[in-house]
Design a protein around this ligand. Structure first.
Ligand SMILES: Nc1ncnc2c1ncn2[C@@H]1O[C@H](COP(=O)(O)OP(=O)(O)OP(=O)(O)O)[C@@H](O)[C@H]1O
Ligand SMILES: [Mg+2]
Length: 255
């Protein structure tokens, strides 16, 4: 039995996506569909292939086989800068910030890099003000306006993770791929992150990788469970919670 999906076309979908590293199939025949206004959690044990899947969907890695469709366009094998230009924003499992630069500078450079590579927009000095205005709008959206001029490396861990999400939305994407944005943050900060993720899911398709099952079951609209590179189960949180194969392979009865 499968849960019903939205009737509208997915924003981003993969079909038979596979990536081998030598003899290891890190991602095997994965078909996943991300829909706008859905928070889609991808869970699975360490080494299940979750980050590799995100790296394929964002163009960081080229697939060995399979297709990726982004808003009706076949994009498998496109480089990451082009995926970003076509509407994909992503954050990294490991921090990817410019520590010595200010919060505003990080976002400004993120926007600029994306546009310079894609179209040359914002290159002229006359556009500098627009760029700062856009970076400020991003910071307001993410709840970081108050630390705008702080040096990124001196932010609290939770604020650094929020800044990584600010970087991910800097290019005004349709799809957000967030690889463990909550890793290592405290309870108060994770409450703030929960509200932020819910708000982002109101106008994006969001893929969230997260290990905290209480958090995932509280926030996800849809879940994909990966084990050994492949999809073990796909469905609504209540369906996943009740799935015996998922319980024995991953949740260990703890959910
Ligand atoms: N660049 C690479 N070269 C070789 N093997 C890799 C590479 N990247 C990932 N792998 C391997 O692919 C498998 C999947 O790794 P991946 O990082 O996608 O797992 P994950 O589900 O994100 O794990 P975690 O929860 O620990 O972050 C692992 O066995 C990993 O060692
Ligand atoms: Mg990972």
């Amino acid at each position: 039995m499968t849960d019903p999906r939205p009737t509208t076309a997915p924003v981003l979908a993969s079909d038979g996506l596979t990536r081998n590293f030598g003899g290891l199939a890190a991602v095997r025949d994965v078909s996943i569909a991300l829909h706008r206004r859905e928070l889609h959690a991808v869970i699975g044990p360490n080494g299940a292939g979750k980050s590799t899947l995100v790296n394929l969907l964002s163009g960081e890695l080229a697939p060995t086989a399979g297709r990726i469709n982004l808003m009706g366009r076949d994009v498998a094998g496109e480089p990451s800068w082009r995926m970003a230009h076509l509407g994909i924003g992503r954050s990294f499992q490991r921090t990817n910030l410019l520590g010595p630069a200010s919060v505003l500078e990080n976002v400004r450079l993120g926007i600029q890099a994306r546009h310079a590579q894609a179209s040359g927009l914002f290159r002229s000095a006359g556009k500098a003000r627009d760029l700062i205005d856009r970076a400020d709008a991003v910071l307001a959206r993410i709840g970081l306006a108050g630390v705008r001029d702080q040096i990124a490396g001196t932010l609290s861990h939770g604020h650094q993770r929020q800044l990584e999400i600010a970087m991910a939305i800097a290019g005004t994407p349709q799809v957000l791929l967030l690889d463990e944005p909550m890793a290592g943050i405290g309870p108060e900060e994770s409450e703030r992150m929960l509200l932020l993720l819910k708000s982002l899911a109101q106008d994006h398709a969001v893929l969230l990788i997260e290990h905290d099952m209480d958090f995932v079951f509280a926030v996800a609209d849809w879940m994909t469970v990966m084990v050994d590179g492949a999809v073990l189960a796909d469905g609504k949180p209540e369906t996943i919670r009740a799935n015996v194969a998922v319980q024995s392979a991953y949740l260990g009865g703890a959910a």
